[in-house]
Design a protein around this ligand. Structure first.
Ligand SMILES: Cc1ncc(COP(=O)(O)O)c(C=O)c1O
Length: 396
């Protein structure tokens, strides 16, 4: 008996696999400094945790409408208006089991078999695999380090074909930490409009923007809004990764399609998480802004350490909680007789000999870089990066 070729061709999530390996070593008592985390190191704030308990005690433990409770969708719309400058009705919002489900819903609603999905590289690890699940063809679009790995219209032109159907933009970016300016986004949006291409705008890190106000592509004008699916969530901004709560907004037709998928796939997002998310937005407390300030301070620490190392360099992280470090200095050199040909080799040496866990850029489409997450305390960040720099002085 044969299984699905499409699903067999998928890669497992390398980021999850490596962070699980680091966590397992820590459990075994090995003091690994873990810079792989894709989630805030902060606990879910207390007012949100209490809302979750409240939801259970109030009996909010049944199926909700497939697209989410009206209370939560209404609250999301208020936030969209004030924070994103986006005017949507609750009917144009679908609450989902994490932003991941919203992304998959969107790709499944848009793609016919063979349709091409333009994915600027370096990219978040799940986009190509999600595209394949949705029967699309992932097309990775090379970007340049000199432009902070932000995709431009001339990059996109090189990959445009009659099958190009949708472009995914991540802003702020995982894995690079780059943030697009309003003008850069506008140019990309107009290019998509001109070429009849949908945009999936993944704005899950919107609150973690250290350099400017956040701009949502869909807010530029009605035509652009009509071709854009905006993805948001609670995992990163509210430290709610395990609650699995995200959402998307889109035009009426796409919402209808995505509702169909979701109603058959999961019925609805978890009812308790939905109530907690509603309170997270409605009663937001200062601790959310405090978390954001801490991430910003850590981003400066990372940048200062790396750019003063004399061996390594990186683009200045402007948002999210990641740094993408250029490791060309290591390439072709040896440590203890082991040759370093790519970031994966470096990742193995760092873990085995220096007890530092990082992610090789291959997981994000570029193995000349490593991704470090600074969603951990400053001491861990500092010691881990000092070990990385120390290693750079020991290779020859
Ligand atoms: C760019 C990006 N989009 C989406 C997600 C998924 O987030 P969620 O936890 O809401 O599914 C992540 C999580 O790491 C991410 O980095």
């Amino acid at each position: 008996m044969k299984y699905s070729k499409r699903i067999e061709s998928l890669a497992t999530s390398m980021t999850l696999a490596l962070s699980t390996k680091a966590k397992d070593l820590i459990k075994e008592g090995i003091p690994v400094l873990d810079l792989t985390a894709g989630e805030p190191d902060f606990d879910t704030p207390e007012y949100i945790r209490l809302a979750g308990i409240d939801a259970i005690n109030k009996g909010l433990t049944r199926y909700t409408p497939a697209n989410g409770t009206i209370e939560l969708r209404t609250e999301i719309c208020k936030k969209l208006l004030t924070f994103n400058n986006l005017d949507y009705s609750p009917n144009n919002v679908i609450v989902s089991t994490g932003a991941k489900q919203s992304l998959l819903n969107a790709l499944m609603a848009i793609c016919n078999p063979g349709d091409e999905v333009l994915i600027p590289s370096p990219y978040w690890v799940s986009y190509p695999e999600m595209t394949k699940i949705a029967s699309g063809v992932p097309v990775t679009v090379e970007t340049s380090y000199n432009n902070d790995f932000k995709v431009t219209v001339s990059d996109l032109d090189k990959y445009l074909t009659s099958k190009s159907k949708v472009l995914i933009i991540t802003n702020p970016s995982n894995p690079t930490g780059a943030v697009y300016s309003k003008d850069e986004l506008m140019e990309i949006a107009n290019w998509a409009l001109k070429n009849n291409i949908f945009i999936i705008s993944d704005e899950i890190y919107e609150r973690l923007n250290f350099v400017s106000q956040h701009y949502s592509i869909a807010s530029f004008n009605e035509e652009i809004k009509n071709i854009t699916i905006t993805i948001g969530g609670f995992s990163k901004s509210y430290a709610m990764t395990g609650w699995r709560l995200g959402y998307c907004t889109a035009n009426d037709d796409l919402i209808k399609l995505m509702n169909k998928i979701q109603s058959h796939a999961t019925s609805c997002a978890n009812s308790i998480a939905q109530y907690a998310g509603y309170i997270a937005l409605k009663d937001e407390k200062n601790e959310i802004e405090d978390m954001i300030v801490q991430f910003k301070n850590r981003s400066n620490l990372v940048y200062d350490l790396i750019s003063n190392s004399g061996t390594l360099d990186m683009i200045r992280p402007q948002g999210a909680f990641y740094g993408f470090i250029n490791i060309k200095y290591f390439i072709g050199k040896k440590y203890n007789g082991l040759e370093i040909n790519n970031a994966s080799d470096l990742a193995n040496i760092l873990l085995d000999d220096f007890q530092v866990a990082i992610l090789p850029g291959i997981a994000f489409g570029n193995d000349n870089y490593i991704r470090i997450s600074y969603a951990t305390d400053k001491n861990t960040i500092k010691t881990a990066l000092e070990r990385l720099i120390d290693l750079s002085k020991k290779v020859n």
